[in-house]
Design a protein around this ligand. Structure first.
Ligand SMILES: [Zn+2]
Ligand SMILES: [Zn+2]
Length: 246
């Protein structure tokens, strides 16, 4: 094999340019991104709803009443106890999540889990983690569940077990973003079932997903888990859509 061919082959296996700025990558520790771009992923610092983690527009929103919940949570209290969504779903994190989800670049998953572990302390009262499931058709197509991958790597940081094959998705769902709240609810109603209630009974669970979009998906999962006997459900996602919903 010629050196040129070898280089081209290596280039295919290990992309040599940052996906955000196109800067040549040498020994940057994060796959596909230079350290400079990766450092742009900074946590949401504004005060947020203590239930759904929706960031309030005003920096003083919680100064008088720290437990002030957002209008949406007041109107429709979620089935989960509380959610943590440390980052905004925007570049370059958006590209990184997309690379894992749609391009199968699963080697990025440890770096994504580390982003959560860096900002969020290990939950103290949680018995186990559980990932938002994919429908079996989608799983067959993608060959992995990105939420489960994230949960698995997060579990290593937090020393928490991950329950697998307990929560199942029975219906494929279209993307939720373009739908109204009522349509989203109709789509997801009875979409999740708990295959082995004994695994969740009396447990405090941390539900994991990659992106918190409108919160309908995690809420429906939490409902199913609570109905099956889970004592409490917390939600951890990596990123959230900031300009949607509410
Ligand atoms: Zn870069
Ligand atoms: Zn809220």
């Amino acid at each position: 094999m010629t050196a040129r061919l070898l280089r081209r082959l290596l280039h295919t296996v290990f992309p040599m340019h940052c996906r955000t700025c196109d800067h040549a990558l040498d020994d940057d520790p994060i796959p596909f991104f230079c350290q400079r771009c990766w450092n742009h992923i900074t946590p949401i610092l504004s005060p947020s709803c203590p239930r759904c983690a929706y960031p309030f527009p005003s920096p003083h929103a919680l100064s008088h009443s720290p437990e002030h919940v957002c209008g949406s949570c007041r109107k429709h209290p979620p089935a989960y106890h509380r959610a943590w969504t440390p980052y905004a779903y925007q570049s370059p994190l958006k590209e990184a999540i997309g690379l894992v989800k749609y391009r199968g670049k699963t080697q990025l998953a440890p770096a994504l889990a580390r982003l959560i572990a860096q900002t969020t302390p290990a939950p103290t009262n949680v018995d186990a983690m559980i990932a938002v499931p994919l429908h079996p058709d989608r799983l067959r197509e993608r060959e992995f569940n990105q939420a489960l991958l994230l949960a698995y790597h997060l579990g290593k940081h937090w020393h928490l077990p991950v329950l697998t094959d307990v929560l199942r998705r029975t219906k494929p769902t279209p993307p939720q973003t373009s739908l109204t709240r009522r349509e989203r609810l109709r789509n997801l109603r009875k979409c999740f079932v708990v295959a082995s209630p004994v695994a969740v009974e009396g447990k405090t669970l941390l539900l994991v997903d990659d992106v918190f979009t409108t919160g309908t998906t995690v809420n429906e999962c939490a409902k199913a888990l609570r109905k099956a006997g889970a004592q409490a459900v917390y939600v951890q996602t990596l990123a959230r859509m900031v300009a949607h919903g509410h």
